[in-house]
Write a protein that binds this ligand. Structure first.
Ligand code: INI
Length: 163
């Protein structure tokens, strides 16, 4: 059996981050976790580009435009959707999840999904640097791993330039 090695060495990668301003107190914590992880793994400060958008529903359009620019190895999407008393929550969640998935399918650029979809503020805070970790950091790591792996998948594991 042969396996492509996993790499989370992000030196030289260019990463765009799209973050929703809605529930900004929480989404800014996701962004902090994401930026810290990207830097820790070796992305240079100049190669992290952040686009704020009004809310989660706008994330796919920004992510698509960034992916189509051809300038980024990966994109991280961050947002916070919290259930209210109306079906609005479900439409925003469907819009952002379907939209982000379609961007990745249509462009073949890795797009990590760091959008929280929570029942209440506590669940969201717990996942933005609280007791459940920071989903922004986890999304950053997923983006790096996929940015490293994807270009190598068209060659066999022992022939793709990795050790
Ligand atoms: N956007 C969010 O990112 N989170 C939410 O919880 C949310 N709620 O609850 O309404 C939300 N709505 C705004 C939406 O994303 C769009 O910005 C808006 O509909 C304008 O297109």
């Amino acid at each position: 059996m042969k396996t492509w090695e996993t790499s989370v060495d992000a030196k030289g990668l260019r990463v765009a981050v799209v973050v929703g301003r809605f529930n900004q107190l929480i989404s800014s914590r996701l962004l902090e976790g994401c930026e810290a992880e990207l830097r820790t793994r070796g992305v240079s400060d100049d190669d992290i580009h952040v686009a704020w958008v009004p809310g989660a529903f706008e994330i796919p359009l920004a992510a698509r435009t960034l992916a189509q620019s051809g300038r980024y190895d990966a994109i991280v999407t961050l947002g916070v959707v919290i259930r209210g008393g109306t079906p609005h929550f479900d439409f925003v969640c469907d819009g952002v999840t379907d939209g982000v998935r379609e961007v990745m399918r249509d462009t073949s650029i890795p797009v990590a999904f760091g959008v929280l979809t929570c029942d209440d503020v506590k669940q969201a805070l717990d996942r933005a640097g609280g007791e459940e970790g920071n989903k922004g950091a986890e999304a950053a790591l997923a983006a790096i791993e996929m940015a490293r792996l994807t270009p190598r998948l068209s060659n066999p594991p022992d022939d793709d330039g990795s050790s």
